[in-house]
Design a protein around this ligand. Structure first.
Ligand code: GTP
Ligand code: MN
Ligand code: MN
Length: 597
């Protein structure tokens, strides 16, 4: 080993944790970096990394008057989204990964990736990134260490997690930490693998520089490995936002909501209610991931394991999501957005006129009216949660917040009505399990096709989907005061393909009904799908710019569409084989008989 490596591992390493030191040494032996840098998370370090990234062309400084502390990163054009077909769950038994995951045998995966990782950091620096997922000191938090040869990853992890010295302090000499190894390799898509080893609490990611594939604390640890740990330890790791809604009377209700990628979590978590809701307040606890456990009081308590937002840029503007715009005003890293002539950022759907000339996400000149998008449809911002004007004061509470409602929602142009309340926990799990959504740009592949995405976890569940649904059903026995469960759909379209429901801030109207239901304040109408708002004493539509016909369309339940829907759910249940939970098969039969088909 080079002398610098030995120094970094022994005298200079900021920890005496023997397991950690041994593992870093082993990985360094395999990858052969020129240098090893232990990240402390300090301001000084941030400046040093940023300067280096700018010097190497990895970050482009933006106009510092307009966007202080902000930088642009352009990824390789072949590396712009999560790659589900290259993402693997590596468990000893194939059955444990289930039908919804790609599987590799662990030894085979380690061997294959060892070839790729061998010597891959020659001439590069290995950054050792210790991080905490969850509020510091929380008994519910988990610690990870990511070894990466990307300074962009180190800088992003600094925003997305509690990174550096506090993580090492919290870890002490425990060996309970996630072992993450990442190299951008040569970015060849044929040599790109995102491998999870749940039994070893290990993640190896090779050949990508894109967020979801390389910020290992996020989808890889907080969801894929997290869901596996959750099943073993009796808790839930979910693709959910967490928000607090406070009424003018000062009553705060916390809800968690699962929508698939690019289906509105970040928007809903930061929503500003319409003017008819003066005195109401929405506060963000999290915008993407929730870890939920049963508290001593028998309620479900949630923490957000993240410390920042890795949000979709296109469509974000002062009208749709002013709090997201405020969140990206400073100290934000942008990936694959367009740049204006004066060095600011731009993306499709931003406020104001489309600039005449831009530099597109690939660094090419772009002119208004060009058929191509200036920003990549999956371009993103990495912004510190502390920038969010409506960050919940509970966001750093080690115990999290008590959840009163769980909401499932997908992107459906028809069939699924605006809002339904489940009859009970099991029926709610059925609603989550049968979620479908039209695909978006957040993952590679065709856009706009309905796919089953149970609980928005299809790409993120680290074990057998049938066992996962059974785990949800089993949780009921532990939760003596369970949250109520709802299903929503903001995305119904009219005959011309236009969204009917105005969405965004107006989703407050649906949220108010949900809050009222939670506290048992309004009656409902029973339908075959569940309980829905009554025409009287239902949704507050005051000031809403929507015709009565449009309201009835967006809330309509059409039996022929539901007969087709039930048919289209069939292959999913069949794919679970004997692991399809009995209780859900029964829910399905009950719905079929209610439909009389
Ligand atoms: P990930 O971060 O990838 O998990 O996605 P997300 O669920 O946070 O999605 P996000 O909030 O970033 O929204 C993605 C897209 O949905 C954007 O284009 C938004 O404009 C759009 N969107 C969000 N809320 C609404 C809504 O209420 N109605 C409509 N029509 N579009 C919405
Ligand atoms: Mn997400
Ligand atoms: Mn989001």
């Amino acid at each position: 080993m080079a002398p610098t490596q030995t120094a970094a591992l022994q005298g200079n390493a900021p920890t005496k944790n023997a397991e950690l030191l041994a593992w870093v040494a082993k990985m360094a032996q395999m990858t052969q970096p020129d240098n090893i840098v232990w990240c402390d998370g300090s301001e000084e370090e941030k400046k040093r990394f940023t300067d280096l990234a700018v010097k190497e062309g990895i970050l482009i400084p933006l106009n510092q008057q307009k966007r202080p502390g902000c930088y642009l990163h352009r990824s390789n054009p072949n590396d712009v989204a999560r790659v589900e077909h290259l993402t693997f769950i590596c468990t000893t038994n194939k059955e444990d990964a289930g039908p919804t995951n790609n599987w590799m045998e662990p030894e085979a995966a380690y061997t294959k990736l060892t070839h790729l990782f061998s010597g891959c950091m020659k001439g590069r620096t290995m950054y050792v990134v210790p991080y905490v997922m969850g509020p510091l000191g929380s008994p519910y938090a988990k610690i990870g260490v990511e070894l990466t040869d990307s300074v962009y990853v180190a800088l992003n992890m600094r925003i997305m997690t509690r990174m550096g010295k506090p993580a090492l302090d919290m870890l002490g000499d425990s060996n309970d930490f996630n072992r993450g190894l990442h190299s951008t390799g040569d970015l060849n898509p044929d040599r790109r693998y995102i491998c999870h080893f749940p039994q070893d609490n290990t993640i190896w990611s090779f050949g990508s520089g894109y967020g979801g594939n390389v910020l290992l604390g996020k989808k890889c640890l907080a969801l894929r490995i997290g869901s596996y740990l959750g099943q073993h330890e009796g808790w839930l790791a979910e693709h959910m936002l967490i928000l607090g809604v406070t009424s003018p009377k000062g009553e705060t209700t916390y809800v968690a909501a699962a929508f698939p990628s690019a289906c509105g979590k970040t928007n809903f978590a930061m929503m500003i209610p319409p003017k008819e809701y003066e005195g109401w307040k929405i506060e963000t606890v999290g915008d993407d991931i929730a870890w939920m456990r049963v508290g001593p009081d028998g309620r479900l308590w949630a923490i957000n394991p993240e410390a920042g937002y890795f949000g979709v840029a296109p469509g974000t503007n002062y009208k749709s999501n002013p709090n997201a715009m405020a969140s990206v005003a400073k100290d934000t890293l942008f990936t694959n957005v367009a740049m204006t002539a004066d060095g600011d950022v731009w993306w499709e759907g931003m406020d104001g006129e489309v600039p005449e000339e831009l530099t597109d996400w690939q660094g090419r000149p772009w002119k208004r009216g060009s058929g191509e998008k200036a920003a990549h449809p999956n371009s993103r911002f990495t912004a510190p949660a502390s920038n969010n004007p409506v960050l919940s004061p509970k966001a750093n509470d080690p115990m999290g917040v008590p959840i009163s409602a769980i909401i499932f929602g997908g992107r459906r142009s028809n069939t699924v009505p605006l809002v339904i309340q489940a009859f009970n926990w099991t029926h709610g799990v059925f609603l989550g399990a049968t979620m479908g959504s039209e695909t978006t740009a957040a993952a590679t592949g065709k856009v706009g096709v309905v796919r089953r995405d149970p609980m928005a976890m299809l790409p993120f569940c680290g074990y057998h989907m049938g066992d996962y649904l059974q785990h949800w059903l089993n949780m009921q026995k532990k939760i003596s005061h369970p949250p109520k469960i709802f299903q929503v759909n903001w995305f119904r379209q009219d005959k011309n393909g236009k969204f009917i429901w105005p969405g965004f801030g107006d989703n407050m109207r649906v949220l108010e009904w949900i809050v009222n239901r939670v506290h048992g304040r309004v009656p409902t109408e029973e339908t075959l799908l569940g309980w829905v708002p009554r025409a009287d004493q239902g949704l507050n539509l005051k000031g809403l710019d929507l015709s009565p016909d449009a309201v009835s369309e967006v809330t309509s339940i059409k039996e022929d569409e539901w007969k087709a829907e039930l048919k289209s759910q069939e292959p999913f249940f069949e794919s679970l084989g004997l692991k399809a939970p009995e209780a859900l098969t029964l829910q399905r039969k009950l719905l079929i008989s209610r439909l009389g088909s």
